[in-house]
Design a protein around this ligand. Structure first.
Ligand code: ATP
Length: 313
C-alpha cells in the first residue's frame, strides 16, 4: 500500500527592478536612506513547503549551486521566524525552484524569504495577519516586504517602509543576466568611495535627502513607457559600472537594439531594458543575445502581484 501523499503549498514570488533608486548619504549606522521605487516583474521563483522532520532547504534551477542551503538561506530564516512567532517548530521542507538570477540585483533571496513566510503560514494554518507578516518580512531584510506586496511601491528608510503606487498599464521589460554576481554591500561602499573621490562627500550632511521623482510617479500612473524610460534612474549604477566595466557594453547593446530605457537593476549586475511594447521587447532580447555581452536574456512584463499561493494539496 502506498503512503498518503504529503500536503504541500507552492508560492510564486516576483523579482523586482528599481525604476528609481535614490541613495542618500551614509548614516552613522552604515546604512543609507533610500527613495526606492520597486517594480515587480513576472520573472520569479517558486517555493514549495512540505511537512518534514526537520527544517530542510533544496534548490533547483540554473544558479542552484550558488544558493546556500543552510540556515543563512533567507527562506530558512523566514520559516524559523514565523515558527518562533507562533511557538511552533520550523519542521518543514522548503524547495526553491530558482529562476531569479542569484546576486543579480533583483532581490531573489528576499523574494524567497517572502515566499517562505506565505508558504509556511498556509501549510501550518497559522493565519498570520497581513500587517504582522509585513513586520516579520521587514525583520528579515529591507527588500522582503516589497516581495510580499508586489505591484509598484515607493520604499523609504532602508526600503522597508512601503507605499503602494498607482500604475496605469503593463510595461514590457528585458533583463540581461551577467556572469557572476555583485555583492550589494560592496556596491554601496563603491558608491560612497566614488562620492568621496568626486569631492562631494558621502555622509548624510553632504548628500541631499533622497526623494521620489514626481515625473517618474506620473509616468507610472499614466502607463506611459516613453515617459518612464526618460525618468529611470539608479544612483548605484555608476558604482556597479565601476566594479564591472563590461556592463557598459551590455547597456549599449540593449539601447542599440531598440530599448527606450536602460539601467542597471538595483546593485547589479543584471541590466534592465524597458521596451515600448511586447513586440519590441522580443527584438531587444534578440539584439542582446546576439551581442554576446551577457550570459542570458529574459523577456518579461509587470507589474505583477507579490508572493501568493498557487497550489495547495
Ligand atoms: P538585492 O537586490 O536584494 O541586493 P540580490 O538580488 O543582488 O539582492 P540575492 O540573489 O538575494 O542578491 O543573493 C545575495 C546573496 O544572498 C547570495 O549570494 C546568497 O549567498 C544569499 N542568499 C541567501 N538566501 C538566498 C536565496 N534564497 N536565494 C539566493 N541567494 C540567497
Amino acid at each position: 500500500m502506498s503512503a498518503a501523499p504529503q500536503p504541500s503549498v507552492t508560492v510564486r514570488v516576483p523579482a523586482k527592478v528599481n525604476v528609481q533608486l535614490a541613495v542618500g548619504g551614509r548614516r552613522p549606522d552604515g546604512f543609507h536612506d533610500l527613495a526606492n521605487v520597486f517594480f515587480a516583474v513576472a520573472l520569479g521563483d517558486e517555493v514549495t513547503a512540505t511537512p518534514a522532520d526537520t527544517l530542510r532547504i533544496t534548490v533547483s534551477g540554473p544558479d542552484a549551486d550558488q544558493v546556500p542551503t543552510d540556515d543563512s538561506n533567507l527562506a530558512a530564516r523566514a520559516a524559523r521566524l514565523l515558527a518562533r512567532h507562533h511557538g511552533l517548530r520550523p519542521d518543514v521542507h522548503l524547495h526553491i525552484a530558482k529562476d531569479i538570477p542569484v546576486a543579480g540585483g533583483m532581490a531573489g533571496g528576499s523574494a524567497d524569504g517572502a515566499a517562505a513566510l506565505v508558504a509556511c503560514d498556509a501549510l501550518w494554518g497559522t493565519g498570520t495577519p497581513r500587517d504582522v507578516l509585513l513586520d516579520l518580512a521587514a525583520e528579515l531584510g529591507s527588500d522582503v516586504p516589497f516581495a510580499l506586496l508586489g505591484g509598484v511601491a515607493l520604499g523609504h528608510g532602508r526600503g522597508e517602509i512601503l507605499r503602494p503606487l498607482p500604475v496605469g498599464g503593463t510595461f514590457h521589460w528585458v533583463f540581461a543576466v551577467a556572469d557572476g554576481g555583485l555583492s550589494t554591500p560592496a556596491v554601496f561602499r563603491e558608491c560612497d568611495r566614488l562620492r568621496d573621490e568626486a569631492g562631494t562627500g558621502s555622509d548624510t550632511a553632504s548628500v541631499p535627502d533622497p526623494q521620489a521623482d514626481p515625473v517618474l510617479l506620473r509616468a507610472l500612473a499614466d502607463g506611459d513607457p516613453a515617459a518612464l524610460a526618460a525618468a529611470l534612474t539608479n544612483d548605484l549604477q555608476a558604482a556597479a559600472l565601476s566594479l564591472r566595466p563590461a556592463l557598459a557594453a551590455t547597456l549599449r547593446a540593449g539601447a542599440d537594439g531598440g530599448a527606450i530605457g536602460t539601467l542597471v537593476s538595483g546593485s547589479g549586475p543584471t541590466c534592465a531594458f524597458l521596451a515600448k511594447d511586447a513586440e519590441s521587447a522580443v527584438s531587444v532580447a534578440e539584439a542582446l543575445a546576439a551581442s554576446g555581452t551577457c550570459r542570458s536574456v529574459r523577456v518579461t512584463h509587470g507589474p505583477v502581484p507579490g508572493a501568493a499561493v498557487t497550489t495547495a494539496d
